[in-house]
Design a protein around this ligand. Structure first.
Ligand SMILES: CC(C)(COP(=O)(O)OP(=O)(O)OC[C@H]1O[C@@H](n2cnc3c(N)ncnc32)[C@H](O)[C@@H]1OP(=O)(O)O)[C@@H](O)C(=O)NCCC(=O)NCCS
Length: 85
């Protein structure tokens, strides 16, 4: 399963996204029966990179300029975590 997140800027920087994403991982690995959950993150998106690390997700890939992001080529990290982790 793939996970992604957007939080209203007025409520950023308070830990809500981490708490919500952690609950979503719990549901994915629990009642939804996921084996593996991954996230694709622009390498410049430092808040999202910190969130992945906070969730215990492993950085597994660095895709160089694989994604058109407005008028620039963006690079991505792929983070993942397994059910047993
Ligand atoms: C990515 C995104 C969801 C991260 O949101 P966020 O507000 O940074 O994450 P949290 O709500 O978990 O807040 C974490 C921050 O709150 C701080 N914090 C403050 N009080 C806290 C508390 N009581 N408990 C936990 N953390 C707290 C943490 O220290 C952390 O700060 P840091 O990032 O400077 O280390 C958000 O930036 C966003 O919506 N971005 C736009 C959409 C986007 O880019 N999505 C990702 C596409 S891949």
């Amino acid at each position: 399963m793939e996970v992604g997140w957007v939080i209203h800027p007025a409520f950023g920087g308070k830990g809500y996204a981490t708490q919500a994403a952690s609950a979503i991982l719990g549901t994915a690995f629990g009642s939804l029966g996921a084996h593996r959950v991954f996230a694709r993150v622009d390498t410049q998106n430092h808040a999202s990179v910190r969130l992945c690390a906070q969730l215990g997700m492993r950085r597994e890939a660095y895709l160089v300029e694989n994604d058109r992001n407005g008028n620039r080529w963006g690079s991505e990290y792929i983070y993942a975590i397994l059910q047993q982790e």
